[in-house]
Design a protein around this ligand. Sequence first.
Ligand code: BGC
Length: 376
Amino acid sequence: MKKILVVLVALCAIGSFAFAGGGSQKSGAASGGLQVGIAMPETHVQRWVKDGNSLKAEAEKRGYKAEAQWADADQAKQNTQIQSFLTQGAKVLVVGCINEGVGSVVTEAARDKVAVIAYDRIIPNSDQYDYFLTFNNFKVGVLQAQSIETALNLATATAAAPKYITLFAGSPTDGNAFFFFDGAMSILNPYIDKGVLKVVGPYPKTSKDTSAFQQIATENWSAPIAKTRMENLLNNDARDVTLDAVLAPNDTLGRAIIEACKADAKYRAKLPVVSGQDAEFDSAISIKNGEQYSTVFKDTAKLAEAAILLADAIVKGQTPNIPGAVLASGDLREIGNTGKKYVNTYLLDPILVTKSNINVPVDAGFYEAAQAAQLK
Ligand code: BGC
């Protein structure tokens, strides 16, 4: 019965464009049902808290009734949350998934004619949705590695006195992790080939080197896993060298790696150069204090705004026009390859941040006032 009602309401909404949202047209909201379901993966990585809140605020600003849920990196939990959005009559789902297990509920959504936007992370192995909105994730990795290249002055390094690096990647369940890594290795491999940069521990040349990649990957982007792996490296593979750098795929893992290094007397005076991603506040402070070397700023407020613009256009049957985003083409089309089809993929641009331009996320209004004050 409930389902029939939901379908009827949906049909009415489509027929009369009642779900036009925006401005004064709040007839969809007036009907009381949920319109935009926002499914975020986790809270242990700070950015997602902000993503979910920004998405909800952007949707409400445009007159939509929206709800955000976080799933503690548990796909079964997220599927239950998404099913509840569907039962409540959501017309659009904005999903930052955990792994490909999300596919079954995406198929359910498609059956109910509910549009799904893959948010930041691709929904792998599905052909049941059409839109993906993210950053240029290959470039994120390029920027991470370029910061290491500059900090270690790799251009002038010699094989007689090589620099030492160890490699970490993100979760093997997250399509982004592969692009981050491949972007980074596109910069680092030439130095490794020349012998001026030596990899300590496993060395996948690209993410396609599956068995070595699995060894450096960090399930569910878990900080404790990264910290333990770093401790093991310090006590084993890296015991007889001094590491100059660690490729860390995001800030959460970068800080865990730094913690492990700080506990090792060898690095008390000088930490290795550690990269990151997300411009998390704790990492911005760490960069300001000269511990973490770099991060990659992805303005997630803009990503959230873009996602709701996209949702609005989809619902109104309009062609999306998303300022600041480019539709992936050429090699970047691969970012939108689910394994079953290429989805329309919109990319925003990431920015490298080190101590010298820490003002960039601050000036963009990325932090709360009290936090921004600490970064001045
Ligand atoms: C996101 C990163 C984030 C990571 C862990 C990736 O999919 O693109 O911004 O650090 O997930 O949550």
